[in-house]
Design a protein around this ligand. Structure first.
Ligand SMILES: NC(=O)c1ccc[n+]([C@@H]2O[C@H](COP(=O)([O-])OP(=O)(O)OC[C@H]3O[C@@H](n4cnc5c(N)ncnc54)[C@H](OP(=O)(O)O)[C@@H]3O)[C@@H](O)[C@H]2O)c1
Length: 342
């Protein structure tokens, strides 16, 4: 059969990494690229991906123009974190009968922040016969799908606690910026207040996905205030220098309360210079489970992988809006991508 045709919607740090990864895969080709960044529009995609060859695909800012000409099977969408902003972009892809895999964090489980938009996306996707999936390393896997998977070996669950601690110095620049690395504490607090930095988006989505998989009716989800992690010694990455006393990153958590008890806790720490990096899942129940992945899974590599590996599963899936908990068990694509199609 013909190759699977992909368009990149967003050719930033993530989109470019995903694009480079796709070029190494068999059975798939990148046939379109959309971005609003002036520095990329009109460039050959090969230049935008910073590879030493041209791909004969121009980066363009008009999604309708790109998608009406390119006959795309799957749009890989990686532009923004909030569904309200990303909605029109995803809707335009669906209207061109393209399946969508997006790294938009709120789309990973949109029923809490944007139930109305989730409903509209589901309806639009069904009407156009395509599938929409929000995924990524986190949200999308480490603090939700993986946790849900572990619950399958429990007959009773009293409490779930998940921790992710990462050294942000090894992550892409937009991530280091959005956790406030290099700011003073006052600047950090002010930028949080005016939403110029967001911190990690998706903890409430991950917690809700776990609760929904277990059919737990929560009293409430308490999203704790984001707090800065202050550098005790100077630390630096390739792009940011942090002096002692400045912000190295942040600490965030959510707690889910059910019948008056804390039943799910997700704790996320990302800062430059974190000495021990790990992902830890603890389930108190029958049996107890304690799982620690150290060092933690690299977020950027992991996101590229889970997005690319989701392509055949999304093509195979029934139409509509899906979350990772609705999809088959995630797995890698190591052979020609077409071998995984039903
Ligand atoms: N779920 C996960 O695990 C996960 C993992 C990684 C990333 N993410 C999320 O994925 C998104 C992309 O990440 P990133 O690091 O690649 O960000 P980035 O480097 O800022 O790239 C985003 C690109 O999309 C462009 N863009 C913005 N609005 C657009 C629009 N309306 N139409 C077309 N292009 C548009 C941006 O252009 P401008 O720069 O001109 O705005 C930029 O070139 C972020 O929201 C990030 O938080 C999620």
């Amino acid at each position: 059969m013909e190759t699977i045709r992909i368009a990149l919607y967003g050719v930033g740090a993530m989109g470019a990494r995903i694009g480079r990864s796709l070029l190494k895969k068999e059975g798939v080709e990148v046939v379109g690229a959309i971005d609003v960044d002036e520095s990329k529009i009109g460039k050959d995609l090969g230049e935008a991906l910073d590879i030493n060859r041209l791909l004969d695909v121009k980066v363009a800012d008009d999604p309708d123009d790109v998608l009406s000409k390119a006959n795309v099977d799957v749009v890989i969408h990686s532009t923004q974190s909030y569904l309200r902003q990303a909605y029109p972009q995803i809707a335009s892809a669906i209207n061109h009968q393209a399946n969508v895999i997006s790294t938009c964090e709120e789309l990973s489980y949109p029923y809490i922040a944007e139930p109305e938009l989730a409903h509209r996306l589901d309806e639009l996707a069904r009407n156009n016969g395509v599938t929409v999936l929000g995924t990524g390393i986190n949200p999308g896997f480490l603090m939700d799908t993986l946790v849900i998977t572990f619950t399958c070996v429990c007959t009773r669950i009293d409490q779930i606690r998940v921790m992710r601690v990462m050294n942000a110095a090894t992550r892409r620049e937009p991530f280091q910026r959005k956790i406030g690395a290099g700011l003073t504490v006052d600047e950090f607090n002010e930028r949080l207040r005016v939403e110029a930095i967001t911190g990690h988006v998706g903890l409430a989505e991950s917690a809700s996905m776990i609760a929904n998989a277990l059919k737990w009716k929560l009293d409430r989800i308490d999203v704790q205030p984001i707090t800065p992690v202050i550098a005790q010694v100077p630390v630096e990455s390739q792009v940011i220098k942090v002096e002692t006393g400045q912000v190295a990153g942040l600490h965030q958590s959510v707690k889910c309360i059910k019948d008056g008890k804390e039943v799910i806790t997700l704790d996320f720490q990302a800062y430059l210079g974190a000495e021990e990096e790990y992902d830890a899942i603890t389930i108190n129940g029958v049996p107890n489970i304690t799982e620690k992945i150290a060092p933690c899974i690299h977020g950027d590599h992991g996101t590229v992988a889970i997005v690319v590996n989701s392509i055949p599963k999304v093509i195979n899936a029934p139409p509509g809006l899906m979350t990772m908990k609705d999809m088959p068990v995630p797995s890698a694509v190591t052979e020609d991508m077409r071998a995984y199609l039903d």
